[in-house]
Design a protein around this ligand. Structure first.
Ligand code: TYD
Ligand code: MG
Length: 462
């Protein structure tokens, strides 16, 4: 790789890099810590004319990169990526230890739809451990022939192998184990990781390959390390797990793959997996995964404080049970305990209920949960959340067979939501005989609609 030496000024205390010398580091505020440092930068390919002068070219002449996606062989991963792995792109997969990052990488290595070679670089595990995992995953011998492995985190070694093997897919497990003899900072530090990642991204771009890197995230979600890589890569995926709540329909263990950044697709789609004896497998029937198993025909058993929301996760409709509990506030100020639905949203909805229904919530502590531990961010959950809070506060259970979708404004009005007919249909397919939602643009069969929260409550309770 062609390299140029550049001079930069680097803070000895926090590693911040500045193009000019400064007396005080803008990042950590330390004085006199910036020192002159030479860094190597990977040369970028620049178009040149016959005389060697750099030239620009018309946008129309650029290859639109259509057909540049490689199927990963894992449908849920392709869905999150926006239709497969884009060639020349770099993808960062972050998540807590044990979530399944290495498993996902090895399964991708085995299933990826390419005739080219795959290089799996592990700085975390020994070759023997990788082989054990591959056997456990049931990867057959022929496929294993195609996967080259390298157990090292040394950038120079990796680059040598890359140039020999010329893989179309490079898997790095993990970015945190990368180090280089040429980066003049402490091994294992953020700067080494950034330097190495930058070099690998440049290699992949130049050689028409795709790069996937894993990165650990700590329990608190502090990702000081990987966070600094986010702007360098094209796509950032986070792997997370639900709390293992029991009593759910279907699968109990479920893991979500979400895109936090995606240059080549939307960030709305999520991949849903379950970890089993043979690694990760997709959860296909997601519709009712987040519902608690209950007999919906015997309403006496349906508790107060529970509402079923029909929400969109990317292109899918899922039904999620929203649970609310209100108790007299323990402190002078009431508090909201809600980590699956944004607590600001819970406060806003409860304020709207208090104002427009005269329902006193401001002297209550509010607890809100979503069954199955899924984080619900879509606005369509708001009406169901309002109904759950109303039901919790009044002790009046909602009908067991009612699904709900709608956005609730501060004025108490129920706003339209995307894909309402699809939500109604999914709920009906899953056995919900009633649906409460906003007033639709054109009639939707099976929908009871209300323009405001007052009328909605009247529709439910009569
Ligand atoms: P791993 O992929 O190593 O997680 P990460 O790389 O994110 O740290 O594996 C996660 C867990 O999954 C580990 O505890 C073992 C378990 N596991 C299974 O249950 N089934 C399997 O087939 C495999 C390969 C792992
Ligand atoms: Mg791992």
């Amino acid at each position: 790789m062609k390299k140029q030496k550049t001079l930069i000024y680097k803070c000895a205390s926090c590693g911040r890099e500045e193009p000019k010398w400064l007396g005080r580091c803008p990042e950590c505020g330390e004085w006199n810590t910036l020192t002159e440092t030479a860094v190597q930068q990977a040369g970028r390919k620049i178009e040149k004319d016959a005389k060697g002068v750099p030239r620009a070219y018309p946008l129309a002449a650029v290859d639109p990169m259509e057909g540049s996606r490689i199927g990963s062989g894992i449908g849920e991963l392709d869905r999150v990526l926006g239709g497969g792995i884009m060639k020349r792109s770099s993808i960062l997969v972050g998540g807590e230890p044990g979530i399944g990052k290495s498993t996902l990488l090895l399964q991708t290595a085995a299933l990826v739809q390419t005739k080219g070679r795959v290089l799996y670089v592990s700085g975390e595990e020994s070759a023997g451990q990788l082989r054990l995992r591959a056997d456990r995953l049931g990867i057959n011998k022929n496929i294993m022939e195609r996967i080259e492995i390298l157990c090292s985190g040394n950038l120079e070694e990796i680059e040598t192998i890359l140039n020999n093997v010329k893989p179309v897919l490079v898997l790095i497990d993990s970015a945190q184990t990368l180090y280089s003899d040429n980066a003049d900072s402490i091994p294992g530090g953020v700067n080494q990781m950034k330097f190495c990642t930058f070099e690998l991204i440049a290699w992949a771009k130049e050689h028409d390959a795709a790069l996937i890197l894993t990165a650990h995230v700590t329990k608190e979600g502090v990702i000081s390390g990987p966070k600094t890589l986010e702007h360098m890569v094209d796509t950032v995926l986070y792997f997370e797990q639900n709390d293992k709540t029991s009593g759910l329909n279907g699968t109990v263990d479920c893991r979500f793959l979400r895109a936090a950044k995606n240059r080549f697709g939307s960030i709305d789609e999520i991949g849903i997996f379950t970890m089993g004896e043979q690694g990760l497998s997709p959860v296909e029937d997601t519709g009712q995964m987040f519902l608690v198993r209950r007999d919906r025909r015997s309403p006496g058993e349906f508790p107060a404080g529970v509402a079923t929301a029909a929400v969109l996760e990317g292109s899918r409709t899922i039904l999620v049970e929203i649970q609310a509990l209100t108790i007299p506030a323990k402190g002078a100020v009431s508090r909201v305990f809600s980590d699956k639905i944004d607590s600001g949203k819970v406060s806003r909805i409860s304020a709207a209920l208090e104002k427009h229904l005269g329902l006193r919530l401001s002297d209550q502590d509010l607890y809100v949960n979503a069954a199955g531990g899924i984080r619900v961010t879509e606005v369509g959950v708001e009406l169901a959340l309002a109904c759950a809070l109303y039901s919790a506060r009044t002790g009046l259970a909602l009908p067991a067979d009612l699904a709900i979708a709608g956005e609730l404004s501060l004025t108490g009005e129920i706003r339209p939501v995307h894909k309402l007919p699809g939500r109604v249909k999914t709920a009906s397919n899953l056995g919900f005989s009633a649906f409460l939602g906003p007033i639709p643009d054109s009639p939707v069969q099976g929908l009871k609609s209300a323009g405001n929260i007052k009328y909605a409550i009247k529709l439910i309770y009569g």
